[in-house]
Every structure is written in C-alpha cells, then in structure tokens.
Ligand binder design. Structure first.
Ligand code: PRP
Length: 223
C-alpha cells in the first residue's frame, strides 16, 4: 500500500506513552506537536511521516486497535490480558516491568494451599479468574475494584488481591506480601491484524527498527 495512508498510534496515557515516544524518537519517529505545552489537542500528526498519535486510557488502547481506529498501540501486558481483544502482540518494549501477583497478609498463604473458597479483590477480574479457575483449579469469589486494591484484605473485603507489584512498597507499607506470582508484565506493542496485512512493509520496518534499538540497548525485543 502507498505511504499516503496515515499510520495511527494509540498510546496508553502517562509514563508508558512518554517512554514509548522516547523509543520511537530514537528510531526517527518523531512528533513535535506532542511536545507543545498547554495544548488541548487530542491527536497529533507528523505529516511528513504520515503518522498520527493519540493518547488514551490504558484499557481503551486494545479497543482502538481491535477496531482499527488505531493501527498500532502501546499498552501494558496486564491490560492486554485483561481486555482480551483481537490484536497481535508484536514487541515486548522492555519498559514498565512489574509482575501480576496474588498478595495478601502472610496468614492467607494457608488459604491458597488448601484450595479454600476465598474472596479475591482485583482491578483485573479476568486475569484473577483465569489464574484461579484454569491454572489452580480453585473456585473463588472475585470482587472487582477500580483502584487501591490493597485495601481489600485490610478492611476484610477480601482474603487476597490480584494486583500489580512493581517495587513492593505499597504492599510493605500495608502489611501485605506477595503470596504467588502469576506472570511478569511490561509494555508491549500491539497491532491491528488487518493493518498488519495491509501495511505489512511499513509496520514490519517499524517493528525491526524497534527490535534493533532494544537489542542495542540490551533489552529483549521479542513479543
Ligand atoms: C499500582 C498497583 C499497586 C502499586 C504497585 O497502583 O495497583 O497498588 O501500583 O506499585 P509498587 O509495588 O511500586 O508499590 P496505582 O499506583 O496504579 O494505583 P491504583 O492502586 O489506584 O490502581
């Protein structure tokens, strides 16, 4: 296909988007409009490269990419697993590393060993359900929360939580600990399956440039 068509990127708002733009800039994919201060603009264009960029809430990024409203997305692996959209995950970008874990007070370890019917609070009900039902074969009650999930065991809403652990300081400061690790997480690049077919050359070129850059930095670029 010709390069007349815009390639559109959806970036998860916040640190992920900043790190993603830094990486893209290192391979020559720049967007000066994004650095304009006090702008209320929602979508940023680089006419020369025929590329567009927009920021979205993390959980919405796979949605934009699945529907083809964005060709490419950058989002955490946690969101990819939770949203379970029809997108291709093509590169592990190596930043935003953390883990999805079952956490709780030390005393809850016992409940996990004996496969008791426990309450699990999480912002990630799909991940929690998949882990307990399909991997551990343990029937649990899952309670969806939207943040500050560590409160769950403290106020006895739940026995344990399934949440992201990065430095571990939120757990430590609240008397909780990692009881089981579910999976490692990091930022990933995702692609719309039709875009990959229609724009194979441009997207593959971009993927190889990113992989080479990550390899040069000593990070794994494989998705
Ligand atoms: C995330 C996560 C943990 C915390 C982990 O929360 O849900 O609470 O960060 O980081 P740490 O191991 O370095 O302490 P976030 O700050 O995104 O806010 P939230 O609790 O409202 O989801």
């Amino acid at each position: 296909m010709s390069e007349d068509r815009y390639l559109t990127f959806a970036l998860g708002k916040g640190r992920l988007a900043d790190r993603a733009m830094e990486l893209l800039e290192q391979i020559g994919v720049t967007c000066p409009q994004m650095h304009e201060k006090n702008s209320r603009r929602l979508i940023f264009v680089n006419e020369e490269l025929k590329m567009r960029f927009f920021l979205a809430k993390g959980p919405d990024v796979p949605t934009y990419v699945e529907y083809g409203a964005a060709d490419i997305g950058v989002v955490g692996k946690d969101t990819i697993l939770e949203e379970n959209r029809n997108v291709y995950e093509v590169v592990d970008l190596g930043f935003g590393r953390c883990s999805m874990c079952v956490c709780g007070p030390a005393g809850a370890r016992e409940l996990l060993l004996h496969h008791e019917r426990i309450r699990v609070a999480s912002k990630y009900p799909r991940i929690a359900k998949d882990y307990f039902y399909n991997k551990k074969h343990q029937t649990v009650d899952i309670i969806k929360l939207n943040g500050s999930v560590e409160l769950g065991p403290i106020v006895e809403l739940s026995d344990v939580i399934v949440d992201i652990v990065e430095t571990g300081s939120t757990l430590r400061e609240n008397g909780l600990e990692v009881l089981e690790e579910i999976c490692p997480l990091s930022a990933r690049m995702i692609v719309n399956p039709v875009s990959l077919r229609m724009e194979t050359e441009r997207i593959q070129r971009l993927i190889s440039q990113i992989r080479s850059r990550l390899e040069a930095e000593g990070k794994d670029g494989r998705g």
